[in-house]
Design a protein around this ligand. Structure first.
Ligand SMILES: NC(=O)C1=CN([C@@H]2O[C@H](COP(=O)(O)OP(=O)(O)OC[C@H]3O[C@@H](n4cnc5c(N)ncnc54)[C@H](OP(=O)(O)O)[C@@H]3O)[C@@H](O)[C@H]2O)C=CC1
Ligand SMILES: O=C(CO)[C@H](O)[C@H](O)COP(=O)(O)O
Length: 461
């Protein structure tokens, strides 16, 4: 009998199953796609079983069954649960490891609780390589069920540099999938920040692909050590296999998306979360498909100055911190709105290895929330306040240089505007309140006395 089951044996499911097996647990795998099962069967041994029918799969599992569903999110997950339910027993545990929308997970938690099936909505990050060698896992939902599967999840998860597993119970209901959604929103933001820095390096500083690759490699050892820095250097260096050029110069500049970043924005809007950088990153992907591609005037004078390259590195470091800060800010607002008891140091720890947004900075974020779990803005923490003070002049300089050169910097500019606004007691929203009260009698509050006021701005005609 197998200790763990995986449904869906595409890139993620197959590698997660192999990961479980490689950590000494027996695993059974099933997919509705026969070629996927055939490919999986090639790994068969005394700890790995490939199953060709739903019944064979369910019967191969030890009770209570522990089943990871790793398939395309959306309706396929509901269809799979519907197909499985008659074959399961009360007390069995279902884990949805796909990128499911958290609203679907909330509903599934409620529906499955009524059937006596324990349900865990689990965010998974790390791509193909992470799935095999150690992903970051973000499980939420039934805590009792989490404790049952924790030994397997902890064994398969990535480990932080200190050897701690990148998995822990996130919280109630759909909070695990919510945290994965926020992870992806941060991912969109940091990726867009990299692309803007790349644009300035090539257009304004005039660096070649190999030079830019070397610069990102240097930064990976310096102020911006992260997986995304590492792969940016690798992507820029890669030769094309169809032409003598670098592949980057032949990749169409339209960014696709499956939607998790968009979902974060949708919920951010409903919560009133000031996630401007993530919003700009989502919209930048839309813009990459919407642009007319007509050339406009750009200042072409090159500025190959070491000071500008240093300013770009400091800007990227600070903008990356803003992306994380906005993600955590939305998490704190969601925790309040949805009554989740989220542990922010544990979430930062879960992201320290294995996932796409892993970086050395996450340890500093873990420390910040360990020191004060109630900070509403990451830059209230002493370490991040100092980072902001040190790097803000560089970010101002970079945004100004880009603007003067006609280079769009939606996320770098939004990062700057966030920092200029978030500690600003003098924002001009008083004028907006005056206008609202003028045209719509919407009332306003005063800064010198309590209460709600309305001004008779004009005489009625
Ligand atoms: N790829 C990545 O880097 C990451 C992916 N994820 C998430 O993990 C999940 C799996 O991703 P990935 O491995 O890339 O594969 P896909 O997202 O491409 O999903 C393919 C799998 O879903 C199965 N499937 C589709 N429709 C159904 C259905 N109606 N019933 C049962 N199975 C169905 C497919 O079977 P069939 O071939 O028959 O259609 C196949 O096994 C997704 O939710 C994805 O968002 C999470 C983190 C990273
Ligand atoms: O979850 C992931 C990484 O963390 C997946 O790779 C996801 O598909 C990335 O999002 P998008 O496809 O929208 O860029």
């Amino acid at each position: 009998m197998s200790q763990f089951g995986v449904i869906g044996l595409a890139v993620m499911g197959k590698n997660l199953a192999l990961n479980v097996r490689n950590h000494g647990f027996s695993v059974a795998g099933f997919s509705i796609d026969k070629p996927e099962v055939d490919a999986f069967a090639k790994y068969e041994d005394d700890k790995l079983k490939a199953c060709y029918t739903w019944e064979e799969f369910v019967d191969a599992l030890e009770k209570p069954r522990k089943i990871l569903i790793q398939i395309m999110a959306g309706r396929p997950v509901d269809e799979t649960i519907k197909r499985l339910l008659p074959l399961l027993d009360k007390g069995d545990i279902l884990i949805d490891g796909g990128n499911s929308n958290f609203h679907d997970t909330t509903r599934r938690c409620e529906e499955l609780a009524q059937s006596g099936i324990h349900f865990i909505g689990m965010g998974v990050s790390g791509g193909e390589e992470g799935a095999l060698n150690g992903p970051a896992l973000m499980p939420g939902g039934d805590e009792e069920a989490y404790n049952e599967v924790a030994p397997i999840l902890e064994a398969m998860a990535a480990k932080t540099p200190e050897g701690r597993p990148c998995v822990s119970y996130i919280g109630q209901s759909s909070s695990g999938h919510y945290v994965k959604m926020v992870h992806n929103g941060i991912e969109y933001a940091i990726m867009q920040e990299f692309s803007e820095i790349y644009d300035i390096l090539r257009q304004v500083v005039g660096k070649t692909n190999d030079e830019m690759s070397a610069i990102f490699n240097d930064w990976n050892e310096d102020l911006v050590p992260s997986y995304l820095t590492e792969i940016t250097a690798a992507v820029l260096k890669q030769q094309d296999d169809l032409t003598p050029d670098h592949i980057i110069d032949h990749i169409l500049n339209e960014a696709s998306y499956k939607g998790t970043g968009n979902w974060m924005l949708e919920d951010g809007v409903s919560l009133g979360a000031p996630i401007s950088v993530i919003a700009e990153a989502v919209i930048a992907r839309f813009m990459s498909k919407a642009t007319t591609r007509e050339e406009h005037h750009r200042v072409t004078e090159k500025q190959d100055k070491p000071e500008l390259i240093t300013a770009l590195e400091k800007s990227l470091q600070l903008a990356q911190a803003v992306a994380y800060a906005q993600g955590f800010q939305q998490l704190t607002m969601a925790a309040k709105a949805y009554s989740w008891n989220l542990r922010y140091p544990a979430i930062a720890q879960n992201w320290e290895a294995g996932c796409i947004i892993r970086s050395a900075m996450l340890k500093d974020i873990e420390n910040a929330y360990e020191n004060d779990k109630d900070i509403s803005v990451l830059f209230q923490d002493a370490y991040f306040k100092k980072l902001m003070t040190n790097n803000l002049p560089a970010l101002r300089q970079v945004v100004a240089v880009a603007a003067a050169s006609g280079i769009p910097t939606p996320t770098l500019s939004a990062s700057l505007n966030y920092l200029e606004s978030i500690f600003n007691a003098d924002l001009p929203a008083n004028l907006i309140q005056g206008q609202r009260d003028y045209f719509g009698a919407h009332t306003y509050e005063r800064n010198d006395r309590p209460g709600v006021y309305h001004m008779e701005w004009y005489e009625e005609k």
